[in-house]
Design a protein around this ligand. Structure first.
Ligand code: SF4
Length: 397
């Protein structure tokens, strides 16, 4: 048996942790098409007949294609999908189709430390970890009891490893692979304050730089946590902010107020090398003005921003009723539709295709940030490009 990690076209620098744990338990190899996409059909040259795919929502299409290719070449082969250990990573759920390989080991100290050398992309990880370019991933807990309506990590049982077990994993990776930095991958790392303080205390002697790449909760963040994690080597952190409007925060059941978010950002900014916020454009029942408020918030606080566009995925989410034709929600659908029309008309005017809008928004917002706060980082070509776009689309002549 061997495992396949399909290409998700994102997070090339982060290993699939579910498959890492599973491969370690079974001592099986992993064909990692996410970090090492080429040659894309190398799984077919294997002499095995038992394949297990680890599939996330973002790699679903590629996983189906891989299955078809395997069965076309080996009609009697077995292709299963992995179920268990982790159900979500980086906010993307793990999904299954057809037969599964179910692993019931709970997320706890009972899991072995991931043996990444089983990945065929391991040389790439090793080089990048040793140079400090990539961060070694550390998952200390999974699950989150909060109910944020847009989030695939919501309302899940919170399961933890002990802090000692996590620190032992880091010590082993430091000794065995000479990793230099690590990042916390938890869904909600600062859920329990005492646990965060214990972690900071015990990780400090390792002398490693680390970051919280997933969003922390602003309402559970304070000066004591900030000082403790900074002193232990944390250089960069992110907050899941999503919106700059109390009305929207209420609608998405964030359980936080804008005042709490602003307070957390004010505590973090002077203490950390960089502070990032995750935001979502286009949430149901929001308006273009709400999205513009997000941009104003980013500019006002001078933080880095990761901007996403809301895409309904889970039929169980209440907000999906808007997209599923519930008559009682017609008015809300109209609000969404009129806002969409507004954006589409504007995009048409400046010559941006509808399919390119999410990417366009993302880069436009990064650009706004650079112009305002880091103009020195803009390449000279940018100004030539801006001049060309202005002449072609915006100039009155
Ligand atoms: S607190 Fe964070 S992880 Fe939990 S449901 Fe909300 S966004 Fe998701």
């Amino acid at each position: 048996m061997f495992f396949i990690n399909p290409d998700s076209r994102t997070n090339k620098d982060i290993p699939n942790l579910a498959v890492a744990y599973a491969a370690t338990l079974y001592r099986s190899r992993v064909v990692d098409l996410n970090t090492m996409p080429d040659p894309g059909n190398r799984f077919c040259s294997e002499k095995e007949n038992d394949y297990v795919l680890s599939v996330q929502s973002r790699s679903f299409g590629h996983a189906r294609k891989i299955k078809e290719e395997i069965l076309a070449k080996y009609p009697n082969g077995s292709v299963r999908t992995l179920k268990g250990i982790l159900d979500v990573q980086c906010c993307y759920p793990f999904v299954t189709f057809d037969e599964t390989l179910q692993i019931n080991t709970p997320f706890s100290d009972a899991l072995p430390f991931p043996e990444y050398s089983l990945f065929d992309s391991f040389e790439t990880f090793l080089e990048k970890w040793q140079s400090g370019e990539w961060y070694y991933p550390l998952m200390t807990s999974i699950g989150c009891p909060f109910q944020c309506t847009y989030c695939m990590s919501r309302c899940r049982i919170y399961q933890t490893r002990t802090i000692d077990n996590c620190v032992d994993e880091l010590k082993q990776a430091q000794g065995k692979w000479r990793i230099r930095k690590f990042c916390i991958m938890d869904d909600c790392f600062n859920l329990k304050k005492s646990r965060v303080l214990e972690f900071a205390d015990k990780v400090k002697p390792l002398g490693m730089e680390w970051i919280c790449s997933n969003g922390l909760r602003a309402d559970l963040f304070d000066e004591e946590i900030a000082d403790a994690i900074r002193a232990s080597g944390c250089k960069h952190l992110s907050f899941g902010i999503e919106s700059a409007s109390d009305r929207v925060l209420g609608m998405i059941r964030k359980g936080e107020t804008l005042a709490q978010i602003e307070k957390a950002v004010a505590i973090a900014k002077p203490r950390f090398d960089s502070v990032n916020g995750f935001f979502i454009f286009g949430l149901p029942e929001t308006t273009l003005d709400d999205d513009i408020e997000i941009l104003c918030f980013i500019l006002k606080h001078g933080i880095n921003a990761h901007l996403s566009v809301y895409v309904p995925f889970d039929k169980g989410m209440q907000v999906d009723a808007v997209f599923n034709g519930d008559a009682s929600l017609c008015r809300k659908a109209n609000v969404t539709a009129s806002r969409t029309d507004q954006v589409l008309r504007w995009a048409e005017r400046i010559g941006v295709k509808e399919s390119s809008l999410p990417v366009f928004f993302k880069y436009a917002c990064r650009l706004v940030f650079l112009c305002k706060f880091r103009p020195g980082l803009l390449p000279k070509q940018f100004f030539t490009l801006a001049e060309t776009i202005y002449d072609k689309y915006l100039s009155p002549n």
